[in-house]
Design a protein around this ligand. Structure first.
Ligand SMILES: [Zn+2]
Length: 334
């Protein structure tokens, strides 16, 4: 290689090196700006919305929640170890009830309905009071379809005769469809009744059984840890927004143990009904209970006292043209 060629090559290499350095610099500065922008845009200052002091003295409840989480998921070894190693106050009866639940759910997963049916039959009254024997019918329905899918039409029809008649009043339409399916027993998969088969009905019955069993025995069917996290993650965006508004307006959030805005939650995580006075937006308490006016509208006791000037004057209902006096209002119990 000549000297000229060598120097040309070295020049080109140097130029390429400079270009790479230049691009790297542009990229780096964009990247650092991007990081700062991300921090600015998605600032999650959870310290300002959380109250670490509120967690003091809750260690026991947390241990209980962890222990219940293990029980709800059938991890009895872990739950027992936790009970042994710490002082967790989980009643022995609750543990036994979850053990029994898994003694029923495990065969159910293997398509054996007998333990679930015998539990439902032993607790007919309890279930009828709650959901009108929906679970018992769902189990018989599945047993019938199971027999039908094995091709034993006679056994399926005999099963239907023995068990469906009691449910004729509430589930007539469904029973008619189930009996229609028996005509296609030899080729159920390609019949109009194919949708009744498959894994889904088994999964639905398993979920229904778990919910009904736990509700009947007063146990949580979902892990309290899972429920807390689901509620927390749903509520946190509103709480962050609210704390920003409070800071911008320089107002203070003074209510103890209470949020200044209501945060909508799905029905599955609502456990207690609460009354909120539509005038003052205060929660109902034993000192400030809900009061029903003669027109049917309900307001808090404190609002009633304010409007009526402590029962000195008649006043107009805040929601309709009716007039009333405080003494005409009646306390409402939820
Ligand atoms: Zn009214």
């Amino acid at each position: 290689m000549t000297n000229n060629a060598l120097s040309a090559l070295s020049r080109r290499t140097q130029e390429a090196h400079c270009q790479v350095l230049e691009r790297h610099k542009t990229f780096q500065s964009a990247l650092s700006r991007y990081g700062k922008l991300l921090d600015k845009r998605y600032r999650l200052d959870l310290d300002s919305v959380g109250d670490a002091a509120a967690l003091h003295g809750t260690e026991q409840s947390m241990l209980e929640a962890v222990c219940l989480h293990f029980l709800v998921h059938g991890q009895f070894d872990l739950a027992d170890k936790l009970i042994q190693e710490s002082v967790v106050d989980v009643p022995a009866a609750a543990r036994e009830n979850y053990v029994q639940l898994f003694e029923i759910l495990t065969p159910l997963k293997e398509r054996n309905l007998a333990p679930a049916l015998s539990w439902a039959q032993a607790n007919t009254q309890l279930l009828a009071d709650r959901t009108g024997r929906q679970l018992e019918f769902a189990l018989h329905r599945l047993q019938y379809l199971h027999l039908l899918s094995t091709g034993d039409v006679q056994a399926a029809v005999a099963y239907a005769r023995a068990h469906f008649s009691r449910f004729g009043f509430e589930h007539l339409k469904d029973i008619q469809r189930l009996m229609g399916a028996s005509l296609y027993a030899s080729r159920l998969e390609s019949s109009p009744y194919a949708g009744m088969l498959g894994d889904q009905p088994w999964l639905d019955v398993e979920r229904l059984f778990r919910e009904e069993y736990c509700a009947a025995l007063g146990l949580p069917s979902d892990s309290p840890l899972y429920t807390s996290i689901a509620v927390g993650t749903t509520a946190i965006p509103s709480i962050i927004k609210m704390s920003q508004v409070v800071r911008t307006n320089r107002t203070e959030w003074t209510q103890q143990d209470e949020l200044p805005v209501s945060i909508p939650m799905p029905d599955a995580v609502r456990f207690h009904s609460t009354f909120v006075c539509p005038v003052s937006k205060d929660y109902g308490t034993p000192e400030n209970p809900p009061m029903r006016l003669p027109c049917g509208h309900v307001i808090g006791h404190e609002s009633l006292m304010k409007l009526s000037n402590h029962d000195q004057t008649r006043f107009k209902c805040p929601y309709c043209p009716s007039e009333a006096s405080a003494s005409q209002a009646m306390r409402v119990y939820f």
